[in-house]
Design a binder for this molecule. Sequence first.
Ligand code: S3P
Length: 445
Amino acid sequence: MKNYIKIHNKIKKFNKNINVSSDKSISIRCVLLASQAIGNTRIYNLLESEDVNNALNSIQKLGVKYKKSKNFYEIAGLGLNSFNTNRNIELNAGNSGTLARLILGLLVNSKRFVTIKGDKSLSARDFSRITEPLKLFGVEIKSKANKLPVKILGSNFLRPIKYEERLGSAQCKSAVMLAALKTPGITKIKAKKSRNHTELLFKSLNIPIKIVKKKYFDYIEIKGENNFNGFIYNVPGDISSSSFFLVLTILSENSKLTIKNVNINESRTGILKILNKMNCKIKIKNRKMYKGELIGDLCVKSTNKINAINCPKNLNSSAIDEFLIIFLVAAKAKGISIFKDLGELNKKESPRLDIAVKFLRMIGINVLRNKNDIKIFGNPKLKLDKKYLVNKFRKDHRVVMMSCIAALTLGGEWKITDADSVKTSFPNFFSILKKLGAKYIEKKK
Ligand code: S3P
């Protein structure tokens, strides 16, 4: 509890345009793919957060050089076989599941053991979901109880695999895709729908990939051992970071907000569909395509007629990082909202389903839970006037941000601990809140 935020005032009416931080998923993928390219890659608007920093530090430890110029990062890749793994190396993925899991895919040809470690939250998460498929390529992996630290020793005789990804996890799919890059022959993946940034990057880099899309699954084939060239990429804004400001606006009074240049790729926009069904309409302006990604400006207004939702399960994966903030909207909806099959939420930076239920009950909302399904009994008149303490949430950045939005829109006196964890994904979260007129007291370490 060395650093915290105190919020004792609701935010006043605002009408502004903002930019949010760059997309974290795309930033990490760009850094990792640039490390495998031949020649220099320039990444504009790379997210400057702890997770991405750990990705840059990791490729540097593996012998790939990078430098930061005024408005881009330049990464000097030397191809698919260029990681220097002639000695044992230890990499620190910090809080980032995406980095830890995706980089394991790139280490299937390491010459010595490479160890991946992480912070307390990441060390509590399961890695079997990724070590099991990677072992099929022929590599050796050691870990205790499928947790970090995980050690991987690559193989000279990698074999392509057939793999069915059933969780709807983009991290698992992507790690296998990255391993396939280094493996002779054709790796075949049947993957439950999940975010598709890796596929789009592969396509834009002319990496041999075939994708057949079916209703619930995508069938992906990747031909390995094809080097590709360095590239230029301009990272768009992050819809997951935007979601906190969408909801801040929806739950405030008489406010309007435009969030510029946000990635609205179909595989990430579950939140927009869910909010739309709840009568919180978000207009999209200036749509454009960039390297297969759809980008646009999001325009949102305050609403005091929020409807409850029976959330279709097929939106779970495309809104997976947004459920905490969606539950807050459900708390103010008229009627009972139903969310089903959200077991994956408990596998995140913190057990988010458990934490959400506790949080909602703390603010006086009735919640019924049956394993991985919840019912939220909304209260459109919800107003808070007590003291609220948010702690013991494994420093989960999204719990901090959701709690701040609750405090700024519902009232009460709040103390939110470990507020600096927002640095993992959204370092300018608080400066944007300030720009919109939010009042808070910040205690730094
Ligand atoms: C991510 C995939 C999702 C998401 C995470 C980022 C990615 O995790 O929750 O924040 O960049 O691939 P899963 O793949 O475990 O669903």
